[in-house]
Design a protein around this ligand. Structure first.
Ligand code: GLA
Length: 372
């Protein structure tokens, strides 16, 4: 016979099963207005109950809630609670970056014999698309339901000459949140005139939880034998420097904080890590892996791109308050920006960032979460 207390225990034992069998879902709520357009916040919840929030403003990933080693959900990306804060205060938290992620020296490049002059917004250089990059546009969003997950397709048309880049661009980014806690980002774009393009996502990760202090204890592994050293304005010198024997050697996992303050000229320029790593191999392969000893969370990044920018949030000053009023520490996050190399239009020996009519730009990058 089943006594009431045994029935209770049974019900408890059954609960997690019931939860894991629940279906995935996507919902949206208003997130404000930008230039007369309504902005929405989409919540994608997978069959395990882990969730991602994305807004159509900037294609920004505003939260990623994934389990720690004890199964507790926690938000692992930095961000804000309101659209206004993203518009005013954001150092590109979670955003889609274009047309050109990272820097173009002195905001100038030459293509087909013509010199283009871009808006300069980072010392003498143009950074992350100029004055109003893709991170500041309202994208057209459509929920999708691919197998094994849920998705949000975002579309943006960038008119010819926007931010002084040549060519009209049609860009499509599809975020898919899978039932095994992977955020897959597929980018495609076409142009009507020769142009340059370098897209990325600028999520700031803290695997112990956004606002839980620094990421100096996070162990990082990057599948790169070399990196692109920079001048004092953070423009690549053109060299590919072997990581062997330098603080940039992440071929085996090292704590981010282990060597970040070494008296190294490159680290001094970035005030820590803010460098492009030259990834091994081609096609969709593992580019980097980060382990948080405090939470047990692991992030594995896969990408088809040739490089990844490791940025350890050196320019956060510890005064910025984010979601839930939490203070974000200097070095309170790391970014793994999958990309072509910075300033490629001025470095003919770097993999090309040129896009021509009749050809399609394509990138796939995956952020896979797990625990250890
Ligand atoms: C990139 C750059 C950094 C910094 C951040 C945004 O990672 O490389 O130097 O500009 O974006 O603050």
């Amino acid at each position: 016979m089943i006594t009431p207390s045994r029935a209770c225990l049974l019900a408890l034992a059954l609960l997690p099963v019931a939860a894991s069998a629940s279906a995935d879902s996507i919902s949206r709520r208003p997130f404000g207005q930008k230039d007369g357009k309504s902005v929405f916040l989409y919540t994608l919840t997978n069959a395990r109950g882990a969730s991602v929030q994305i807004t159509d403003y900037g294609g920004i990933v505003t939260s990623i809630k994934v389990p720690d080693r004890a199964g507790r959900l926690g938000d692992v990306v930095l961000g804000f609670d309101s659209l206004g804060r993203y518009e005013k205060d954001s150092p590109y938290f979670g955003a889609l970056i274009g047309r050109y992620a990272n820097r173009i020296a002195r905001g100038r490049f030459t293509l087909d014999g013509k010199t283009y002059t871009l808006f300069v917004n980072n010392g003498p250089n143009s950074l992350h698309g100029g004055k109003a990059g893709f991170d500041k546009k309202v994208w057209a969003a459509t929920p999708t339901h691919p197998r094994g997950g849920i998705g949000l397709a975002l579309r943006l048309v960038s008119p010819g000459g926007e931010e002084d880049y040549p060519g009209a661009l049609a860009v499509r980014v599809v975020y898919t949140w899978t039932d095994d806690d992977a955020l897959r980002i597929v980018y495609t774009a076409v142009t009507d005139k020769d142009t340059v393009l370098n897209l990325t996502n600028h999520s700031y990760f803290n695997l112990a939880g956004a606002g839980s202090g620094t990421v100096l204890d996070t162990r990082m592994q990057i599948n790169a034998d070399s990196f692109t050293p920079v001048d004092t304005t953070q423009i690549p010198t053109g060299a590919l420097r072997p990581v062997a024997g330098t603080p940039f050697d992440f071929r085996r996992p090292h704590a981010i904080g282990e060597r970040i303050d070494r008296p190294d000229a490159q680290l001094r320029i970035g005030q820590g890590y803010d460098h492009n790593f030259v990834l091994r191999g081609h096609g969709l392969r593992v580019s980097a892996r980060a382990y948080s000893p405090r939470s047990g969370r692991v992030l594995t990044e896969y990408t088809t791109e040739p490089g990844v920018q490791l940025y350890t949030a050196n320019f956060l000053d510890g005064k910025l308050r984010g979601k839930g009023g939490k203070l974000y520490a200097r070095r309170g996050a790391f970014c793994l920006e999958a990309q072509h190399f910075p300033d490629s239009p001025n470095h003919p020996r770097f993999p090309t960032t040129e896009l021509k009519p009749g050809r399609a730009y394509h990138q796939t990058t995956v952020y896979q979460f797990s625990t250890y």
